[in-house]
Design a binder for this molecule. Structure first.
Ligand SMILES: Cc1cc2nc3c(=O)[nH]c(=O)nc-3n(C[C@H](O)[C@H](O)[C@H](O)COP(=O)(O)O)c2cc1C
Length: 330
């Protein structure tokens, strides 16, 4: 929908297997003649995953037991596979499928693809967009030959996708990051984080961005894959508080704050989530039941700090209002 409106619609494919990536690119081509992006996570498995033992798994579940019991969900069991369980998708297999199906744009987070992948993208005419949470990461992406860079401030919804230092050591707000990245690189800069109306689009352009990327405001629209439970929460008073937490996936991400998030990070709880994607796999069991029982307080509710600004429920309405408001401010 966004591509047909004149934006660059982006499809997050990090959870898809190779066959589904090929099918998604084909389905996108069916739906629009305009450019669109397929997005992957370059690092989609924490190194600790390979050695995550049954004992560590059991320890991770301990603090979650009351929440699983409350919704009547059996505790997930450590998979009985040899040599080691496979918890998520393999990036090396995903990228092969992506290159084969050659979408107009390949965007990515959590690192930089190998030089051979970037070369293959150039050969196949696929434009590349990397994501930076610091000016250093932006320079790194430019030096690797990436075509454009998203500068994402920590007010954004979803994961903090830092790759040179830890996420906690890479906290830039959009207002600081965009002008710094503008100075640091010559490639086009796309501002992300906290942009939800024409005023913030306009401000991002003033800060030196060539374009903007919007997540939270589109997530709230009916065209997104968000559950009804999540969407209602985003339009409720819950939207006033977000938190950066590792509780849902093992990686730091911004969600609406809930008592579950607070309980697990209370001093003294010392809750240690499993590495990504094991924590995500564990919490998916709870999320399914929470969506069934309409319990937003028991699921991840990815959302940026701009959530209380949201007004629009469909992507075309949101898109039109962004353009109209921005033009009024010119
Ligand atoms: C639910 C959700 C999932 C996201 N998943 C991805 C992703 O897989 N890849 C990516 O590059 N960005 C992802 N993002 C980030 C958005 O692309 C965008 O940069 C960010 O939401 C901008 O900040 P905002 O939420 O304040 O609009 C996600 C954001 C949300 C809210």
């Amino acid at each position: 929908v966004v591509s047909s409106l004149g934006g660059l619609g982006s499809f997050g494919a990090h959870h898809l297997n190779p066959e589904s990536i090929v099918a998604t690119v084909a389905a996108m081509r069916e739906r629009t003649d305009m450019p669109f992006a397929i997005n992957l996570w370059i690092s989609n498995e924490d190194p600790e995953v390979r050695t995550f033992s049954r004992e560590a798994f059991a320890r991770t579940l301990e603090a979650l037991k009351p929440y699983f019991a409350e919704l009547g969900v059996p505790l997930p069991e450590y998979p009985n596979t040899t040599p080691a369980p496979v918890w998520g998708q393999r990036y090396d297999e995903q990228i092969k499928a992506l290159l084969e199906s050659a979408p107009p744009v390949f965007s990515f987070v959590y690192g930089v693809p190998d030089a051979s992948v970037l070369q293959e993208c150039r050969t196949r005419g696929i434009k590349t967009i990397g994501t930076a949470t610091t000016p250093e990461e932006a320079k790194h992406l430019e030096a690797a030959g990436v075509d454009a860079v998203v500068a994402t401030g920590f007010e954004a919804g979803g994961h903090r996708v830092s790759f040179l230092r830890s996420a906690e050591d890479s906290f830039y707000g959009t207002f600081s990051l965009v002008p710094l990245v503008r100075e640091a690189v010559k490639i086009p800069v796309i501002a992300a984080g906290g942009i939800a109306n024409g005023r913030s689009v306009s401000a991002a352009l003033q800060l030196g961005a060539d374009g903007v990327q919007i997540g939270t405001a589109f997530l709230a629209c009916k065209e997104s894959a968000a559950s009804d439970t999540q969407r209602s929460a985003m339009f409720s008073p819950m939207s006033n508080r977000t938190a950066l937490t590792r509780v849902f996936t093992g990686r730091l991400a911004r969600s609406l704050n809930t008592d579950l998030v607070e309980a697990l990070r209370r001093p003294g709880t010392e809750y240690e989530p499993a590495p990504y994607p094991i924590q995500s796999w564990i919490m998916a069991h709870l999320k399914e039941a929470a969506a069934r029982d309409n319990r937003p307080d028991r699921m991840s509710l990815w959302s940026g700090q701009c959530a209380p600004l949201l007004r629009h429920r469909t992507a075309p309405e949101l898109f039109d209002s962004l353009v109209t408001e921005m033009n009024q401010l010119r």
